[in-house]
Design a protein around this ligand. Structure first.
Ligand SMILES: O=C(O)c1ccc(O)c(O)c1
Length: 292
């Protein structure tokens, strides 16, 4: 009969042998409960307080500097996502490679007409309300900004982005990517054909929904000049609830982010027309969220 050792055998060098008994893994620890999301009422109270303070500063002639505050707490992630150090000055002469930051990185021949028609980028047509969005890119004196690369991205008509990180359980549209670009013409005009994006939920707070919007990027003439903003649709009932739009604390500047429905732009039997100008600078500037 084989002898069963009461202790595990030791290797010849005398070191203890690794335990041969398998030890049951401890039960997985439950994930810590996520803190409850703030309620809409809490977020709306914070927004109202920020708007009241901004109104007071405007009345006192000391308005906050241009563009949304980086720490607009009702837009919760805004507080964690911006640089905390002042920008680093780059001396172009001392660093020859830095000069590349000032050079254009695309050529006009890269952009084709198809890029501006988001309804024709696949074999079939996307679902949704077809729209034309057009307007001008202007400088602070109202002069057109020509040859400007304008890029857009947006959710589909059901409120879903064709992006792997979008988890909203609304249908993807196999005929819609939601990305477009064009160059402004001699009058500073851009134009896109697309479908009206749907509203979608995001987890900023309980029952948070973004109003329908299209993201815009204006490239400038160099990578370091890029400006990013969002265009909204008139009459959206979600405006009062949205902390991203509310981060623009001046109501007139907020209104400038909303396109105008224009029946002259509406194409019979085809698409509804919206007009939206982008002003790069000055007192009527379109507020931007990035690029400062
Ligand atoms: O910053 C964000 O988290 C965020 C979420 C949803 C949006 O529609 C958006 O434009 C930004």
């Amino acid at each position: 009969m084989a002898l069963t050792p009461s202790t595990p055998p030791t290797p010849s060098d005398g070191a203890p042998a690794p335990a041969s008994v398998s030890v049951a893994a401890p039960p997985p620890r439950p994930a810590p409960a996520a803190p409850p999301l703030p309620t809409q009422a809490e977020i709306s109270r914070e927004i109202a307080a920020r708007h009241t303070a901004a109104e007071r500063d405007r009345a006192a002639g000391t308005p906050a500097p241009d563009h949304p505050a980086r720490d607009f707490t009702p837009y919760r992630s805004s507080t964690a996502r911006h640089p905390r150090h002042p920008p680093v000055e780059i001396d172009h002469l001392a660093d020859p490679e830095a000069v590349e930051l000032g050079g254009p990185v695309f050529g006009v021949t890269d952009v084709t007409d198809l890029d501006a028609d988001l309804t024709r980028q696949h074999t079939g047509e996307p679902l949704g309300e077809r729209i034309t969005v057009t307007g001008r890119v202007l400088d602070r004196t109202g002069r057109p900004v020509r040859g400007q690369l304008v890029e857009i991205w947006q959710a589909n008509a059901a409120g879903r982005y064709a992006h792997r990180r979008d988890r909203h359980p609304a249908p993807l549209d196999p005929h819609f990517t939601g990305v477009g670009r064009c160059l402004t013409d001699a009058a500073g005009r851009y134009a896109f054909t697309t479908v009206k994006p749907g509203a979608y939920p995001w987890r900023n707070h309980h029952n948070a929904w973004r109003p329908a919007h299209i993201h815009f990027s204006l490239f400038g003439s160099a990578f370091t000049q890029r400006l990013i903003t969002q265009m909204y649709f008139p009459g959206d009932p979600l405006f009062p609830y949205d902390p991203i739009l509310a981060s623009v604390t001046d109501p007139t500047a907020r209104a400038r982010l909303v396109a105008t429905y224009d029946h002259e732009l509406t194409v019979p039997e085809r698409s509804l027309g919206y007009r939206w100008d982008v002003v790069l600078d000055g007192p009527s500037a379109t507020w931007i969220e990035e690029g400062r």
